[in-house]
Design a protein around this ligand. Structure first.
Ligand SMILES: [Zn+2]
Length: 176
């Protein structure tokens, strides 16, 4: 018998008995290809999901652990950020007076057999990404880039321009 193919980040809840079930999802570069506007493009994150099936709702706990492969805002070199977090989500069926999903409640259509968790996983990982992406110490940055950046900022610095009065004096001197 051919097993029904399910999506990679989905839970086939219809086939599960009531109670707790564990799932593990690996989040990598291919995962983020589904999110073309993501500012995360590569990662090595494991998401352990504890899925509790109850008669009228699902309790879902996400245990997120891994590394985001990002770039330093200061020197543009690769920057690995460790992330770790625990998130909860409740999934309910649309026939129970709930019509709109919120941050921690998602609504499932009663005709669905699978619960796709990829959007939730994406949101949780995005929340764990720090807003400031820089090497902790300036010394850890790519020193060649830092040096170049400093050169540019010095040459743009207006205080380095010769004072016009001095320039005028200089002209007088050379005339003599
Ligand atoms: Zn850096």
């Amino acid at each position: 018998m051919k097993k029904k193919k399910t999506q990679k980040y989905s839970i086939p809840f219809n086939g599960l008995k009531e109670g707790k079930h564990d799932f593990t999802f690996e989040v990598d570069q291919a995962f983020f290809e589904n999110f073309p506007f993501s500012d995360i493009e590569n990662a090595d994150v494991t998401v352990n999901v504890e899925f509790e099936k109850k008669s009228n709702l699902f309790n879902i706990v996400f245990d997120i652990n891994g590394v985001l492969h990002l770039y330093c805002d200061r020197c543009n070199d690769s920057l690995d950020i460790n992330i770790q977090g625990k998130e909860r989500l409740i999934a309910k069926f649309d026939h129970e007076n709930y019509s709109e999903s919120t941050d921690d409640i998602i609504i499932i259509s009663s005709s669905d057999n699978d619960l796709d968790l990829s959007n939730s996983i994406y949101e949780f990982i995005s929340l764990l990404k720090p807003s400031k992406l820089e090497h902790k110490n300036m010394e850890d940055c790519n020193q060649d880039v830092i040096k170049k950046l400093n050169e540019i900022s010095v040459s743009n610095d207006s205080s380095d321009e010769v004072d016009p009065r001095w320039a005028a004096l200089e002209k007088l001197k050379t005339k003599k």
